[in-house]
Design a protein. Structure first.
Lengths: 233, 463
C-alpha cells in the first residue's frame, strides 16, 4: 500500500449497516467516509479521492446504477455493491455497469473484507504501480504457467482445449472477482455471443471436470447463481 | 291538352297502370263529349281516328315516362333514407365504447328500418351465444350458432331452414364473427330483395366491426388493469423484502462484528454467534415467505436458461455448507447428463430447502446423497438421506403449506419449504414427490422435463 491509511467511501442510507462496515474497515487500517445519498456520494468520490467505494444499490434519492455510470465516466476506483438476494438482475446490471464485485445482504464481515482485499489488489494492479503479475498461478492442486501455456494438476499435465484455456486465463486474471456471464462470453467468444449462456456453462463444466476434485462441489471455480463465475484461489 | 295534363298528373301520382287507364279514358271522354256526334262514342269523321291514335300514343308515352321518373324518384328517396339510416347507425356505433351500447343502437336502428324486430346476439367471453332473458318467441339459438359457425345467412327465405320466422345473419369482423343478427321483418321483401339484402349485409359488417373494436377496447383495458395490479404487487413485495432484509442485514453484520471484537468474553462470543445463526434462519424464512407470496400471486417470471444440473447442485451445496457441516454428503452425478432449462435461483432454492430439511430431520452424521439420472423424457434429481424417514402415508401431505412431519416437535420451521419446492417445480412444468429410501430414510425426487438444448459451437476441441 502506498499510503498508510487508504480511504474508503461508504454510500449507504442505513446507519447501522454503515456502522459495522465502517468498524470492519477501520479494523484493517482504512480511513472511512460515509454518505447517504447518490448526490453526496458523487461529490465525496470527487473530493475525498477514495481507493474503494462501497455502494448500496437501494438508495433513496437515485438508482445506484446511475451512480456507477456517472462515476465510471471519470474514475476507475474499485466499487463493491451491496444488494439483497433475489435481485440478481440488479447485481448483473451493476457489474456490467462497472462495479467490481457485490455482496448479498445479509453478509458477514469476513466476506466483506475478502472482497475488499481482492478489489484493492486489482485496483493497484490496474494502476500499474506493482511489478508485472507473476506468470505462475496456483489454486488448490492446480498450477497454471501462463508464460508456457501449461496447466498442471497435482504435478500432472492437464490437456485443455484452446477455449477452455482462454476461459481459465480470463478467470485467473480476475481471480477473486466475480465475472458476469456476459463479460466472460464477450471475453472468450466475442461480442456476438454475449447471450449464449449455455456455451459458458458447458465449458465451465468441462473445466471443473478437469481441474476440480469434486466437480459438483467446486472449491475454486465457483458459480455465482444467475450472475456469473468467480475463481477463488 | 287538358286531358294530357290529367294523364301526366295521374301517372305522377299513381304510377304506370293508372296512367295507361287515364290515357284510354281521356281518349274515350274526348270522343264522347267533343267529337260529333256528341254524347256518343260513334265517330263521323275518319280523320278523328288519327287524332285519337296520336292522342292515345302521346298519353301513353307521357304516362310511361312520368311514371318511370316517379319510380326513379321513389327509389332514390328510399335509397337516401337507407343511406341516412346506415350513416346514423355508423355514427352511433363509432361513439360506442361498450358492447351494450353497440347492441342497443343496432337493434333500434334495424327495428326502425325493417318495421320489425331485430336482435343482436353477441358472443360472450366463453364463446357462447345467449338470448336476452324474458323473450317468448325469440330466435332459435341453434340456427344462430349455425349461421355464426358457417359464416352464412340462415332462416327465413334462405337455403337453411327457410320456413323459420327469423332471419339470421352472422356479424363478420376482420378477425372473426362476433355474433349473430336476428331479424323478424314485417315484410319479406326486406330479406329477399337483392338491394335490401346487400343493405343488411352492410349493416351486419358495420355492427361486426363495431363489436370487434369494442372487444379490443375491453381487452386493452383488462390488460392495463392487469399490468397495474401486477406492478402494485411487485412493488409491494419488493418494498416488503427490502424492509425485512435491511434490519436482518444489520443484525447479522453487527453480530458478526461483535463476535470478532477483541477482549470479548467467551460467553459473549458464543451469544454473538447464536445471534448470527438465528438471524440467518430468519433470513431463510423471510426468503421462503416472500418467494411463496411471489409464486402464489403469479408474479414470478422464470428466468430459465439451459444449464447442467451439476452447477445448481454445486451452488446449493455451497450455500448450505454451514448447515450440512455435521452430515456426510456425497454427489453421484453422471458426467454426460443433458442440460436442462431452468431458473437457477429458484432451483437452487428447491435444493437448499431439501438439503436443509435433510439436515434438520436426520441426526448428525447421517448420509445425504444427491443423485441425477435421465429417465424417459425427464431428468430425475434425488436427494436422499438415511435418517428416520417419512411418516408412511403422509408423503403427499408434506407438500401442503404449513405441513410438518410431526405436529408437535422442537425442530424449528413453519412448513413452507416443501410447498415452495412444489410451486417452483410446477412453474418449471416439473414434479416433486417423496418416497422412502431403500434401506431406510427419506428421498425427495425432482423430475424436470428434458427438452432440446441449444447447439454448442463445434470449432473447439481440435488444436
Amino acid at each position: 500500500m502506498s499510503e498508510p491509511h487508504p480511504v474508503a467511501l461508504i454510500v449507504e442510507d442505513e446507519p447501522s449497516i454503515r456502522r459495522f462496515v465502517r468498524m470492519a474497515l477501520e479494523a484493517e487500517g482504512w480511513q472511512v467516509h460515509e454518505c447517504e445519498t447518490v448526490r453526496q456520494g458523487l461529490i465525496d468520490a470527487g473530493t475525498r479521492r477514495p481507493e474503494l467505494i462501497i455502494l448500496d444499490l437501494g438508495l433513496p434519492d437515485d438508482d445506484g446504477l446511475n451512480y456507477l455510470k456517472d462515476l465510471r465516466a471519470w474514475s476507475a476506483v474499485p466499487v463493491i455493491v451491496l444488494s439483497a438476494r433475489s435481485e440478481e438482475a440488479d447485481k448483473i446490471a451493476a457489474l456490467d455497469a462497472g462495479a467490481d464485485d457485490y455482496l448479498s445482504k445479509p453478509f458477514g464481515v469476513g466476506e466483506l473484507m475478502a472482497r475488499v482485499r481482492v478489489a484493492l489488489r486489482r485496483g493497484q494492479n490496474t494502476r500499474g504501480s506493482d511489478e508485472p503479475a507473476s506468470t505462475l498461478f496456483r489454486f488448490g492442486e492446480v498450477e497454471v504457467d501462463l508464460a508456457a501455456r501449461r496447466v498442471l494438476r497435482a504435478g500432472a499435465t492437464v490437456h485443455l482445449t484452446p477455449t477452455e484455456y482462454r476461459l481459465l486465463t480470463h478467470l485467473i486474471s480476475n481471480a477473486g472477482k466475480v465475472l458476469t456471464h456476459r463479460q466472460l462470453l464477450k471475453l472468450v467468444w466475442g461480442p456476438s455471443h454475449v447471450d449464449d449462456n449455455h456455451y459458458l456453462r458447458v465449458y465451465m463444466g468441462q473445466l471443473r471436470q478437469k481441474l476440480e476434485a469434486l466437480p459438483a462441489q467446486p472449491r475454486h471455480l465457483l458459480t455465482e447463481t444467475a450472475v456469473g463465475y468467480r475463481l477463488m484461489p | 291538352m287538358l286531358f294530357l295534363l290529367t294523364v301526366l298528373g295521374v301517372s305522377l301520382r299513381w304510377g304506370r297502370g293508372p296512367s295507361v287507364l287515364a290515357s284510354f279514358l281521356a281518349v274515350g271522354l274526348f270522343d264522347f263529349f267533343f267529337i260529333a256526334p256528341h254524347l256518343s262514342f260513334a265517330v263521323s269523321d275518319v280523320q278523328y281516328l288519327l287524332t285519337f291514335i296520336v292522342m292515345l300514343a302521346v298519353g301513353l308515352i307521357t304516362g310511361q315516362l312520368t311514371a318511370h321518373l316517379r319510380y326513379q324518384a321513389q327509389v332514390a328517396a328510399e335509397r337516401e333514407a337507407r343511406s341516412r339510416a346506415l350513416f346514423e347507425l355508423t355514427r352511433e356505433l363509432s361513439g360506442a365504447l361498450q358492447t351494450e351500447q353497440v347492441v342497443d343502437s343496432a337493434q333500434d336502428s334495424l327495428s326502425r328500418e325493417l318495421h320489425g324486430r331485430a336482435l343482436v346476439l353477441v358472443l360472450n367471453l366463453r364463446d357462447e351465444l345467449l338470448l336476452p332473458p324474458g323473450l317468448d318467441d325469440g330466435p332459435d339459438l341453434g340456427t344462430a350458432r349455425w349461421a355464426l359457425d358457417h359464416g352464412q345467412a340462415a332462416g327465413l327465405a334462405t337455403d337453411t331452414l327457410p320456413g323459420s320466422a327469423w332471419f339470421y345473419l352472422p356479424l363478420q369482423a376482420p378477425m372473426r364473427a362476433r355474433g349473430v343478427l336476428c331479424l323478424r321483418p314485417r315484410d319479406l321483401a326486406a330479406v329477399i330483395q337483392p338491394e335490401r339484402r346487400a343493405q343488411l349485409d352492410t349493416y351486419a359488417s358495420i355492427i361486426g366491426q363495431a363489436l370487434e373494436r369494442v372487444h379490443y377496447v375491453e381487452v386493452a383495458q383488462d390488460a392495463l388493469v392487469h399490468i397495474e395490479s401486477e406492478r402494485l404487487r411487485n412493488s409491494l413485495l419488493s418494498a416488503l423484502s427490502h424492509d425485512l432484509r435491511t434490519p436482518l442485514a444489520v443484525v447479522y453484520g453487527l453480530a458478526d462484528t461483535l463476535a470478532a471484537l477483541p477482549g470479548l468474553p467467551e460467553a459473549g462470543c458464543e451469544m454473538a454467534q447464536a445471534l448470527q445463526r438465528e438471524s440467518q434462519r430468519i433470513n431463510a424464512m423471510v426468503n421462503n415467505l416472500l418467494d411463496m407470496a411471489r409464486l402464489q400471486s403469479g408474479a414470478v417470471q422464470l428466468r430459465q436458461q439451459w444449464q447442467p444440473v451439476e452447477e445448481v447442485v454445486g451452488t446449493a451445496l455451497q450455500a448450505m455448507q454451514s448447515v450440512l457441516g455435521g452430515h456426510q454428503l456425497s454427489t453421484e452425478l453422471a458426467a454426460d447428463l443433458p442440460m436442462v432449462n431452468l431458473d437457477a435461483v429458484l432451483m437452487e432454492r428447491v435444493l437448499c430447502n431439501l438439503l436443509e430439511n435433510a439436515a434438520k430431520y436426520t441426526p448428525p452424521g447421517s448420509r445425504i446423497v444427491i443423485k441425477a439420472a435421465v429417465q424417459g423424457s425427464e431428468l430425475l434429481l434425488r436427494v436422499s438421506d438415511n435418517g428416520p424417514g417419512l411418516p408412511p402415508g403422509r408423503e403427499e401431505a408434506l407438500f401442503e403449506k404449513f405441513a410438518r412431519a410431526k405436529s408437535e416437535t422442537s425442530t424449528p420451521g413453519v412448513g413452507l419449504g416443501l410447498a415452495i419446492c412444489r410451486a417452483i417445480m410446477q412453474a418449471h412444468q416439473g414434479r416433486i414427490w417423496a418416497e422412502a429410501t431403500p434401506g431406510g430414510g427419506a428421498t425427495f425426487v425432482l423430475a424436470l422435463p428434458l427438452g432440446t438444448p441449444p447447439a454448442l459451437p463445434e470449432f473447439d476441441d481440435h488444436e
